[in-house]
Design a protein around this ligand. Structure first.
Ligand code: CDP
Length: 241
């Protein structure tokens, strides 16, 4: 069967995963799936409803009921929560502060992971998050772990926030990233960790085109190798007849 690759990209906050995943998916014609946006949407829903964030059962029910959709809008992907465009609101500092706690609950993750697997069925996909190569798609065809120094990541995130009108010092941004990374890496369910078979991309000194090229080159090589395997198989089948 001619199938395309499942590509898993994991890494800490603001490491360059999203940009890399999105542009690499575009370059090879794959679907791009930002799983962080799904956890952010559930967090936003909980904050709006003033749900106590220690009520795991209630949060799991929210995740069960929420309708999260991704729609292509020109060059960008919009995130819809129950039909409403929340693409900007899910990146607010309030969601930043609370998303790690909400996404640490197994009940919340169970529903979203099932949805991520459903979305990937039967197509080429570049999926990014924290547990993609370890839990969501442990058999992914290609796995990457994208990282950068904390200072560089804080600088990048601060720039993004300023562009959106939120002024925080690098120090404040750094504290948020560090807090989230520690929480994400130390939680019991699906902690952020580099899968043993993941290719490490340190984006600290790389330009965006350079980091995208690493992923795209691997996908292209994977396609060539797969094509080769298929023709070898055909030849083998022919020889047996
Ligand atoms: O963009 P940034 O790297 O800041 O974060 P994100 O990818 O949008 O993810 C936000 C948060 O969602 C993370 O800090 C994790 O707590 C959680 N998350 C997760 O638990 N599992 C995933 N597969 C993706 C995100």
């Amino acid at each position: 069967m001619n199938r395309e690759a499942i590509v898993a990209i994991d890494g800490p906050a603001a490491s360059g995963k999203s940009t890399t995943a999105k542009l690499a998916a575009e370059a090879v014609g794959y679907m791009y799936l930002d799983t962080g946006a799904m956890y952010r949407a559930i967090t936003l829903k909980a904050l709006r409803l003033r749900t106590p964030l220690d009520d795991e059962d209630y949060l799991a029910r929210l995740a069960e009921e929420a309708r999260i959709e991704f729609v292509q809008d020109g060059g960008c992907v919009r995130v819809l929560l129950d039909g409403e465009d929340v693409s900007e609101e899910i990146r607010s500092p309030d969601v930043d502060t609370n998303v790690s706690l909400v996404s640490s609950y197994p009940g919340v993750r169970k529903r979203l992971v099932a949805e991520q697997r459903r979305l990937a069925r039967g197509r080429g996909i570049v999926c990014e998050g924290r547990d993609i190569g370890t839990v969501v798609f442990p058999d992914a065809d290609l796995k990457f772990y994208v990282d950068a120094t904390l200072e560089e990541r804080a600088r990048r995130r601060q720039k993004q926030l300023i562009e959106k009108g939120t002024a925080l010092s690098v120090h404040e941004v750094q504290q948020d990233l560090e807090g989230r990374d520690t929480f994400d890496s130390e939680r019991e369910t699906s902690p952020l960790t580099r899968a043993p078979d993941a290719i490490l991309i340190d984006t600290t000194g790389l330009t965006i085109p350079e980091q995208v090229a690493v992923v795209v080159d691997h996908i292209r090589q994977w396609r060539v190798a797969r094509q080769q395997d298929r023709s070898d198989q055909h030849e083998g089948d022919g020889a047996e007849q």
